[in-house]
Design a protein around this ligand. Structure first.
Ligand code: ADP
Ligand code: 5GP
Length: 202
């Protein structure tokens, strides 16, 4: 049985990395698709853990060779979901989280019809700005670019299957977990398991 694809999107500072990290700690059997990016690593980010950091040229060559399921330019940098990172995991039956922008989310839904799209909404633009400032990872200009895009990103939430408000972190993590657990309990996914349990079902 093929694993599921769970897309997490939000405006920058919306809590994607934080919530993805928490889910990986507590949801059993959940993989993460590490994207490639031409962005420079932030302090504390590790090559091959947070992203595969590559230069723009290398990224472009990979894109030309079809190494990405989808890729996009976001806030002036290139980001892509690798075929290797996604397809191989789901074809091995593993559920995978992907953290992509809203264009990436649409493209993944197009390629993987059964994928589940989850959007994280900040409690307000003011709180979002405060969180971005507190993270202090991108410099003032880059942060302003990200904030300027926030409303447009949030507007796209209506295309998503689920919307989770990321006010209280624990509550938000539990709600995303609930979405993943429910998807795992859907009949098409459970039926093969039940068939193996009861001879009379086959
Ligand atoms: P993204 O990956 O979407 O850009 P991050 O996960 O880096 O966002 O979160 C941005 C900042 O906001 C981080 O400093 C993170 O610790 C903080 N943060 C995320 N969610 C919450 C929350 N529910 N309450 C308080 N701070 C949060
Ligand atoms: P950041 O630089 O803050 O890590 O990410 C910036 C934006 O790029 C976020 O919206 C994030 O979801 C998006 N992103 C990260 N990886 C990918 C990817 O592989 N594809 C696409 N389309 N967007 C990505």
């Amino acid at each position: 049985m093929q694993g599921g694809v769970f897309v997490i999107s939000a405006p920058s500072g919306g809590g994607k990395s934080t919530i993805v990290e928490a889910l990986r700690q507590r949801v059993e059997g959940l993989g993460y698709c590490i994207s490639h990016t031409s962005r420079a690593p932030r302090p504390g980010e590790t090559q091959g853990v947070d992203y595969f950091f590559v230069d723009r040229n290398t990224f472009q060559q990979m894109a030309d060779k079809g190494a990405f399921v989808e890729w996009a330019e976001v806030y002036g940098n290139l980001y892509g979901t690798s075929v290797e990172g996604l397809r191989h995991q789901i074809f091995a039956g593993r559920d995978v989280l992907v953290d992509v922008d809203t264009r990436g989310g649409s493209n993944i839904k197009h390629r993987f019809r059964e994928s589940v799209l989850i959007f994280l909404i900040p409690p307000s633009l003011k709180v979002l700005e405060a969180r971005l400032r507190a993270r202090d990872a991108d410099g003032e200009t880059a942060m302003q670019t990200r904030l300027a895009q926030a409303a447009e990103e949030i507007r796209q939430c209506k295309r998503y299957d689920y919307m989770v408000i990321n006010d209280d972190l624990e509550k938000a993590v539990s709600e995303v977990e609930a979405v993943i657990v429910s998807a795992r309990l859907r009949t098409p996914r459970q039926l093969p398991v039940i068939r193996r349990m009861f001879d009379f079902m086959s």
